[in-house]
Design a protein. Structure first.
Length: 148
């Protein structure tokens, strides 16, 4: 007579590809968030590039020069386009999050007023970057990086 014991094994994966949000809902969420952010950044960047009087006044108050308005506008429009290309969306979201970090700092230190719009866009682009982080192809992890 033989007795066999069955042992249950639980496997826990910590792969960066495992996400609490997965599947079709994740893709729909990413496209909605990316689309909203892209529309906002095309509008804001386009206003900067077109030389809207309000944008000229903002960059006059910052005191860096109008060339910085063109650079910021180009970064915003390029980032908006990048958000709509899945291969570049992670990097575009990071770029736009950095631009919005600068905008929040400018509002708090120089411009005054409410930094609500840049904070909302920072949260939006940060969320897109977080949800697309697996598409970074390890760019954020150097050769000395060890997963714990």
């Amino acid at each position: 007579m033989s007795i066999y014991y069955k042992k249950e094994v639980t496997v826990v994966s910590t792969s960066p590809n495992d996400s609490p949000v997965s599947g079709r809902g994740r893709i729909i969420t990413l496209w909605i968030l990316s689309g909203l952010a892209a529309v906002a950044f095309v509008a804001a960047g386009g206003a900067k590039l077109a030389g809207a009087p309000a944008m000229i006044a903002v960059f006059e108050k910052v005191g860096v020069g109008q060339w910085f308005r063109y650079v910021t506008g180009l970064l915003e429009v390029a980032g908006a386009i990048g958000l709509l290309i899945p291969r570049y969306a992670f990097y575009a979201a990071l770029l736009l999050a950095m631009v919005m970090t600068g905008a929040v700092i400018a509002h708090l230190t120089v411009l005054g007023g409410s930094p609500a719009a840049p904070v909302i866009l920072l949260i939006l682009t940060g969320t897109v970057a977080w949800l697309r982080r697996q598409q970074s192809n390890g760019a954020l992890t150097g050769p000395g990086y060890r997963r714990r």
